[in-house]
Ligand binder design. Structure first.
Ligand code: BEZ
Length: 210
């Protein structure tokens, strides 16, 4: 059964470019983004892994550890990282799992045989502090992911994890939030005084993190 939102992620032990990890220990008490790519030494993947390296300070700010994975071996990852650093003008600063035996690919259903029966697709799993899945994305090999969008979603996930709020379409950090429909007006007035009612079911309040 493919993993679904709210499922606890499988634990596994794997070789990475930063040593052997045990996945649950790696996540620790923070957040994690596990993302697969089809193959080393390929152009779109090269830009993606370089982009994540450049965005690492943004992931750090949010307490999110990035970790990549493909079915290529460790020596291939290590050689390719040198190319990524050179061509993307960065330093890869997070681990990449060498999943030669496909234990991670299979556990996370990252091989979609009708797309390619050997290589992982571009999967993304955002995992929360409780080690459950907060977001999944699947992209085809020919389309590089938008990691700014992934940061945007993480901002929403982290904001709404501890508050009775949701975020509207195209929301970005700092924009007004939506008060959860489960919250009565009375309760909302206590939590978000002066909130704006557009319709009884559509109530806005400023981003409380700003
Ligand atoms: C790429 O990263 O460029 C790529 C990888 C596999 C198939 C197609 C493109």
């Amino acid at each position: 059964m493919p993993l679904k939102l709210g499922d606890t992620v499988p634990d596994f032990s794997a070789e990475t470019t930063e040593g052997t990890i045990s996945f649950h220990d790696f996540i620790g008490d923070g957040w994690c983004i596990l993302f697969s790519h089809p193959a080393d030494y390929t152009p779109v993947c090269t830009t993606e892994l370089g982009t994540v390296a450049k965005l690492k300070p943004e992931f750090d700010k949010r307490g999110v550890k990035p970790i990549g994975v493909s079915v290529d071996p460790l020596d291939s990852h290590n050689g390719w990282i040198r190319d990524i650093n050179e061509t993307q003008n960065t330093t890869v600063n997070y681990p990449i799992i060498a999943d030669e035996n496909r234990q991670v690919a299979e556990a996370f259903d990252m091989i979609h045989p009708n797309a390619d029966n050997k290589l992982t697709v571009r999967s993304v799993f955002v995992i929360g502090q409780d080690k459950t899945i907060k977001l999944t994305l699947t992209y085809t090999a020919s389309t590089g992911r938008n990691f700014d969008e992934i940061l945007r979603v993480i901002d929403s996930l982290q904001l709404t994890a501890t508050r009775k709020l949701a975020t509207p379409a195209n929301w970005k950090s700092g924009d007004d939030c939506i008060i959860s429909p489960a919250v009565s007006d009375e309760e909302a007035e206590k939590m978000y005084p002066g909130f704006n009612t557009v319709k009884p079911y559509l109530r806005y309040t400023p981003d409380p993190t700003k």
